[in-house]
Structures are given as structure tokens and as C-alpha cells.
Design a protein around this ligand. Structure first.
Ligand code: ADP
Length: 199
């Protein structure tokens, strides 16, 4: 079973494109979802985090206070390293588990992740597909989708891998600066190629 990695910057169209593959029957896993699942209330990882940072890292409802945690690791690289050392192997194991469906009539599955190239997640995949749009499009679409200011979106983009660097790592590129029906056709072509290549 081959694993195809799908990545791109914020607002590039990862969620949109992975749903198009899903419509063709492709099994997919979203690394963002998994990263949230492994720290849900009751998980060993959340207990370890609360032991390390104290109960103040939890909301009154007992969930992880993500904003607080983000602030701590933003200010302290050592705490960031501690957190990553805890979570990355747990996320990786859970990704591997979810990427192996009990039944799959297709020869490949998809891992969609904003951090595919920045973390060791790229080691899990056989092929890298980058969804590409110009930075202006990224900013416009993210602002239209979220309630972030232009400034906030620009800061997030600046913290991510630069467009050219990401493109240089791509085996295939999906140009998402086009009308949805053209992107859909591109997805269908890629899918057909993957079925042959990995079949
Ligand atoms: P990501 O998951 O990479 O952050 P999304 O898939 O959420 O990006 O796309 C960002 C926004 O752009 C969404 O509101 C989505 O509906 C819109 N979008 C995605 N692809 C296109 C496209 N080809 N044309 C117009 N809007 C698009």
C-alpha cells in the first residue's frame, strides 16, 4: 500500500483537494486531526503534558488550552523541544495506524499535512504532492475563510516553508489557482496515474 503525501501552505487548498480525492474513493488521513486527537481529554499524552506544565495548561473543562501551550512553546525553545519529543512519535504511530484501513480497494492512501515537509512525516510517504497557489491568493482565501487579519495571515505564511522550497520537494504539483472544475480534472488525472503506478 503506497502512501501519497499532500501538503501546501495555509489556505492553499489542502482540505478542498483532499475531499476531491475522497470523492474518488481514496482513503485519507489529516495529520492536523490526528495531532488534536492524541491530546484529547483522557489520553496519556494530555496527562503527561498536564504533569509537566501543571493543571493551568488545562481549560476548566479539562481540555488542553492550546492558546496557552502555543504561547509557552513560542517563548521557550526548550519547552518546544520537550513537547515535540513527546508528541511527534505519538502522532506518527497514530498516523500509521489510521493510514492502514482494514479494507481498501485502491493501491494507495493519502496523508494530508501542513507540516509534511517540516517534520519527519515525509518519511512516511512514497510520493509528495504540493498544492500551489501564489502568496496573494493564499492570503485572500485564508482571510475570506477565517477571521484573521491580513497581518496575522502574513505572519503564519512567513513562519511556514517558503513556496519555492516547498515546490522543489514536490514530485507532483497541483496548481490550485484555477477554477474548481479544472482542479478537479487535475485530481482525477493524478488519481488515475497513482492507481496505475501503485497498482
Ligand atoms: P487549506 O486546507 O490548505 O488551509 P482550504 O482547502 O481550506 O485550504 O482552502 C482555503 C479556502 O479557499 C477555502 O475557503 C476554500 O473553499 C477556498 N478554495 C480552495 N480552492 C479554491 C479554488 N480553486 N478556487 C476558489 N476558492 C478555493
Amino acid at each position: 500500500m503506497a502512501i501519497v503525501g499532500l501538503t501546501g501552505g495555509i489556505g492553499s487548498g489542502k482540505s478542498t483537494v483532499v475531499r476531491l480525492f475522497g470523492d474518488l474513493g481514496v482513503h485519507w488521513v489529516d495529520a492536523d486531526d490526528v495531532a488534536r486527537e492524541v491530546v484529547e481529554p483522557g489520553t496519556p499524552a494530555l496527562r503527561t503534558i498536564a504533569d509537566h506544565f501543571g493543571q493551568a495548561i488545562l481549560t476548566t473543562g479539562g481540555a488542553l488550552d492550546r492558546a496557552r501551550l502555543r504561547q509557552i512553546v513560542f517563548e521557550d525553545p526548550q519547552e518546544r523541544a520537550w513537547l515535540e519529543a513527546l508528541l511527534h512519535p505519538i502522532i506518527r504511530d497514530e498516523l500509521i495506524r489510521q493510514l492502514n484501513p482494514e479494507q481498501n480497494r485502491l493501491p494507495y492512501v493519502l496523508l494530508v499535512s501542513p507540516l509534511l515537509l517540516e517534520t519527519d512525516q515525509h518519511q512516511l510517504v512514497d510520493r509528495i504532492v504540493v498544492i500551489d497557489v501564489p502568496v496573494d491568493t493564499q492570503i485572500e482565501r485564508t482571510m475570506a475563510r477565517d477571521t484573521n487579519s491580513r497581518d496575522q495571515v502574513e505572519r503564519i505564511i512567513a513562519a511556514q516553508m517558503p513556496r519555492e522550497q516547498r515546490l522543489a520537494k514536490a514530485d507532483d504539483v497541483i496548481d490550485n489557482n484555477r477554477p474548481p472544475e479544472e482542479v478537479e480534472r487535475n485530481v482525477r488525472e493524478l488519481h488515475e496515474r497513482f492507481v496505475v503506478d501503485f497498482g
